[in-house]
Design a protein around this ligand. Sequence first.
Ligand code: SAH
Length: 243
Amino acid sequence: MNPLLRFFLLLWLGAAGPLTADDFDSQRERFLQEITDLAEETALETGRPTFAAPVMAALGRVPRHRFVPEDQVPYAYKNRPLPIGHGQTISQPYIVALMTDLIDPRPDQRVLEIGTGSGYQAAVLAELVGRVFSIEIIEPLALEAADRLRALGYSNIETRAGDGYYGWESAGPFDAILVTAAASHVPPALIRQLKPGGRLVIPVGAHFMAQYLLLVEKKAEGGVTSRQILPVSFVPLTGGEPG
Ligand code: SAH
């Protein structure tokens, strides 16, 4: 066969054929590099020029292609949010890394996530902390994520279908809480369920208005401080109280 024709045939077969584990491995390296580059570019805003090595290693281990619908698999290692059905999205990997890094994850921590979605952020957390509790308000998504996390062997994640605005009182208090949907205000129940010294990371902003990622810290004596980290774009937190 004409070598040029052969080249294009192979190229076409490569593009059309199913992605193999090796393809994912090489995509994942570039994926981690993009996150590292973006961390550096946003260092002035976030105060974190690099993310901790264990956080990056966790991002490298969790198979994001197992958390997206079939038609999104080719884009699983792009640094962008992707649709997961029911009008919801799996967050941008850089944002997952940033939110994870901001809580300084440690193996002895107990962490609550609001907005399980695909379960990806919960899996990244589960690689780093002792126990993860995650709540999702859309029941089919909650069930799908629970099945997926079980199939992947994550035994330190508990999931629940429900309204995360009220937190998960019986499982608390938590060392850290991540909210992965944008709220108009910080839900008071989440502050209450945070341990003294604990951290809460939450996108806050009115619908269709600017949203900011907020890092809230509960001081040892119970007082609360907060700092705006970065402008972000999340799907809205539903449920809870109008506000
Ligand atoms: N963390 C997810 C991305 C979540 S997108 C991931 O890694 O894939 C935000 C999710 O928050 C959506 O699935 C949405 O249904 C859910 N959500 C919105 N409001 C909620 C609420 N009050 N309680 C729990 N989940 C909520």
